[in-house]
Ligand binder design. Structure first.
Ligand SMILES: Nc1ncnc2c1ncn2[C@@H]1O[C@H](COP(=O)(O)OP(=O)(O)OP(=O)(O)O)[C@@H](O)[C@H]1O
Ligand SMILES: [Mg+2]
Length: 260
């Protein structure tokens, strides 16, 4: 087990009568790619929203690298190295692929966007932007406006933008949603490689069990705001409660790996 990067203590959230996080005591370890799975409405996106500051914490605590961040606004968490991508694509459609990636690079190096200054002279920034484009395989689309990208490429761009902020901890909410199989494999290979590099620890919310079981070192199963199971892929696969929740869903997907 690595060092705990982010921990929660009795983290809770309710939307009216619906409980989406109930006294969650979680710990995300450095360098361990963790997937969060669970049926629709389990509270997966809510959890990411709470951890990244997109939703105010109603009860409980969050600590990052030992420091309490429960009430820290989004931008301060980003500055600490906690970033995310969204379940719904969220980039600047009118900017090119390269310009979208360049924004967090510029922000990180303390330089604001300056349309008057020629960006081509910002060679270090340009070079770094190029590296992130390569990491997500979009170097061939650098001058394409985001609005003209395919859905899969848009999602790749979003991951590229998140990576360009050089996060310590990166939450990806359904990164492969709506991708075709080729795009999906490309993104997963990239995530796997980036996770191995070790600079960023990934936490991924995913419905596709192929993705989850091939990527994760650890899987957290959420159900109605509670942790149903938390362990290695093998432990999750063997868990009776998980089987019950997934029964009639894509249970065949989840347990197909037993035969392999
Ligand atoms: N802002 C909100 N206001 C009220 N209810 C909400 C809000 N956001 C989410 N919910 C409800 O909370 C529950 C959990 O939602 P959440 O988005 O966290 O689920 P999820 O596990 O991410 O599901 P999915 O797999 O469909 O993305 C759902 O019943 C949802 O309708
Ligand atoms: Mg969700």
């Amino acid at each position: 087990m690595g060092e705990p990067l982010l921990t929660t203590e009795k983290l809770s959230n309710h939307f009216g009568m619906v409980c989406t996080a109930r006294d969650l005591d979680l710990s995300f370890e450095q360098g361990v790619l963790t997937s969060i799975i669970g049926p629709n409405g389990a509270g997966k996106s809510t959890l990411i929203n709470l951890l990244t500051g997109h939703l105010p914490v109603q009860a409980g605590k969050i600590r990052f690298q030992g420091r309490e961040i429960t009430r820290l606004p989004i931008h301060k968490r980003v500055r600490l190295g906690i970033c995310r991508s969204f379940q719904v694509v969220n980039v600047f459609p009118e900017l090119t692929v390269a310009q979208n990636v360049m924004i967090p690079v510029l922000a990180r190096t303390g330089r604001a966007w300056n349309p008057i200054r020629s960006l081509s002279r910002e060679t270090a920034v340009t070079r770094e932007t190029e590296v992130f484009l390569e990491k997500v395989g979009l170097q061939g689309e650098r001058d394409t406006p985001a609005t003209a990208l395919s859905h899969g490429d848009l999602r790749l761009l979003e991951v590229g933008v998140a990576l360009a902020a050089a996060p310590t901890l990166l939450f990806l909410d359904e990164p492969t949603a709506g991708m075709n199989p080729v795009e999906r494999v490309r993104l997963l290979d990239n995530i796997r490689e980036l996770a191995c590099e070790g600079r960023t620890t990934f936490v991924v919310v995913e419905h596709d069990m192929d993705v989850v079981f091939s990527l994760s070192g650890r899987i957290i199963v959420l159900h109605r705001g509670e942790v149903l199971c938390d362990g290695t892929p093998a432990q999750v696969r063997a868990d009776a409660k998980v089987r019950e929740v997934y029964l009639g869903d894509d249970v065949s997907d989840l347990f197909r790996y037993e035969e392999e």
